[in-house]
Design a protein around this ligand. Structure first.
Ligand SMILES: [Ca+2]
Ligand SMILES: [Ca+2]
Length: 270
């Protein structure tokens, strides 16, 4: 049975004496004890793009890892590893949510302690394989035009929903040894409140809201009543950009719930 083991190198570093500026005097590790290669042939990737790396080695491996300072909030170097039953190779899936140069190490270790390391740098830019959201338009949702704030009378325009548009982004979490990528929710962006259905558009002109073409967008519509714990969800749609990557339309129309929710999203492809 495969096991994913998060390993914090920081722990190893912390175990050294804190007032010692001398390097560790233990036996030097040969980080090139056998041949290992990775199939990463590109050096530039897009923000949030799924990056798949296959490592293969001449030796049967006991453990396979990817290590980087970018995987932790505080910049400490951490690794994600798989151990047991991995044979001569393992697969890594990951993505980066910020642009810039990223350095990481792919490491294989045999069960008798021989180590092989490959260090790589890649560049994450804001445009490669990405799609930019420029506008979201709500054409229809189930309670459109109906009273959402029942404390107001049927003739009072205040009874209508106070809309908030919200977009959630997914990202590919780091996995090692698993074939399928694991998506997690990343930070979201949210519109200003549009009181009493006084408009159904959320314009992104001049803003940067980019998704990887292999990503999934979750759009949610809320009636704002003071906070997400009390706001009422009026509907949602998913956009799977992979469904449109061949055609690259400047607009996609998503209709769900038997026609009860209808959203148009304007897109700019890179
Ligand atoms: Ca209202
Ligand atoms: Ca309201």
């Amino acid at each position: 049975m495969r096991k994913i083991l998060p390993i914090l190198l920081a722990f190893v570093l912390a175990s050294c004496s804190s007032d010692s500026s001398e390097s560790n005097t233990g036996p030097e590790i040969d980080f090139n004890a056998f041949d290992m290669s990775i199939d990463l042939d590109r050096t530039v990737f897009g923000i949030d793009e799924r990056i798949t790396i296959n490592a293969s080695s001449t030796e049967t491996l006991g453990t396979g890892c990817i290590k980087s300072t970018y995987f932790t909030q505080d910049g400490s170097q951490s690794g994600v590893c798989v151990s047991g039953g991995i044979g001569n190779g393992f697969q890594i899936n990951l993505s980066f949510q910020t642009i810039g140069t990223k350095t990481f190490i792919v490491e294989g270790q045999t069960s008798d302690g021989k180590v092989s390391r490959i260090e790589r740098q890649i560049e994450i830019d804001s445009t490669t394989n990405s799609v930019r959201i420029s506008k979201v338009t709500v054409n229809k949702y189930p309670s459109m035009g109906l009273a959402q704030d029942p404390e107001f009378s049927d003739s009072d325009s205040e009874r209508l929903a106070d809309l908030i548009f919200r977009i959630e982004k997914r990202y590919v979490d780091i996995t090692v040894g698993d074939d399928a990528p694991k998506y997690r929710n990343a930070d979201h962006s949210e519109s200003a409140v549009i009181e009493n259905e006084n408009g159904f558009e959320w314009n992104y002109e001049g803003n940067e809201l980019r998704f990887s073409r292999d990503n999934v967008l979750l759009f949610q519509l809320y009636d704002f009543d003071g906070g997400l714990d009390v706001d009422q969800n009026l509907g949602h749609v998913f956009v799977i950009f992979g469904d449109y990557v061949e055609e690259r339309p400047s607009q996609v129309n998503i209709v769900e719930g038997g026609g009860s929710i209808d959203i148009t999203i304007d897109l700019e492809w890179n």
